[in-house]
Design a protein around this ligand. Structure first.
Ligand code: ZN
Length: 234
């Protein structure tokens, strides 16, 4: 069995241009066979943000579960489950679906500039079989809602965004949606995000073909282009 491997970046601050598309096209073209997945948070450190940072009374693992539940509470098309056990096979095509902090993305590839986290997923033809979410440890991470603090990232909203990729969503051009490619004040799935997810999992399931392929989408450069900073699109 050969596998398809995708990596998507979550970018901070810069405005990113991606080709126009409507909500119903915001799928990666791959999906989980049972519209559900279990992610293990035991690869995240015990504890949470440093005492000087927002959310220092919270923990990474609980925040990751809350991120999953932000999706679960808004739709029934896909069920995310988290368990606080330690998984195996981080950045491998086998093993568990993991959330971890790391200095590098999968394969030892450095995080691209401004990338907060990536989701790497492996699929057999159109069926996702495994996904890992890797957070760039070389950032100041807190846990908080509402207005984005540019000096401190919000682990929970980035996790929520990456869970979207892990379920099969790609980016949206709607800058009021969670799946917009840059972090913003949006910290929970919006109707646009939910509609995209439902478009994947409410259609009739297909069995997938036998022709498989391997490719890697480099972080951040997949079909994105930096055009300016500190400016919102419309
Ligand atoms: Zn993203």
């Amino acid at each position: 069995m050969s596998l398809s491997h995708r990596i998507l970046g979550s970018l901070l601050l810069p405005l990113i241009f991606i080709p126009s598309q409507n909500a119903l096209s915001e799928a990666l073209g791959t999906k989980w066979p049972k519209a559900s997945a279990i992610f293990l948070t035991g690869g995240l450190p015990v504890g949470g943000p440093a005492s000087s940072l927002p959310g220092n009374t919270e923990t990474w693992r609980v925040a990751a579960t809350e991120a999953a539940n932000r999706w679960n509470s808004k739709q029934s098309a896909f069920k995310l489950t988290t368990l606080s056990t330690l998984g195996n096979g981080v950045c491998q095509s086998f093993g568990d679906n993991n959330l971890v902090f790391s200095l590098t993305a999968c394969g030892g590839i450095p995080f691209e500039d401004k990338v907060l986290a990536i989701t790497a997923s492996w699929s057999n033809d159109t069926t996702i079989i495994k996904a890992d979410i890797i957070f760039n440890v070389d950032r100041d991470w807190g846990i908080y809602n509402d207005t984005l603090l540019y000096s401190t990232q919000d682990f929970r909203r980035v996790a929520t965004h990456e869970f979207g990729h892990a379920m099969g969503l790609k980016h949206t051009t709607n800058n009021n949606a969670l799946m917009f490619p840059t972090a913003s004040d949006i910290f929970s799935p919006t109707p646009d995000d939910v509609e995209s997810l439902e478009s994947i999992y409410k259609e009739e399931k297909d069995s997938g073909g036998s022709i498989t392929y391997l490719f890697l989408l480099a972080l951040g450069i997949w079909p994105l282009r930096l055009i300016s900073t500190h400016k919102k699109a419309d």
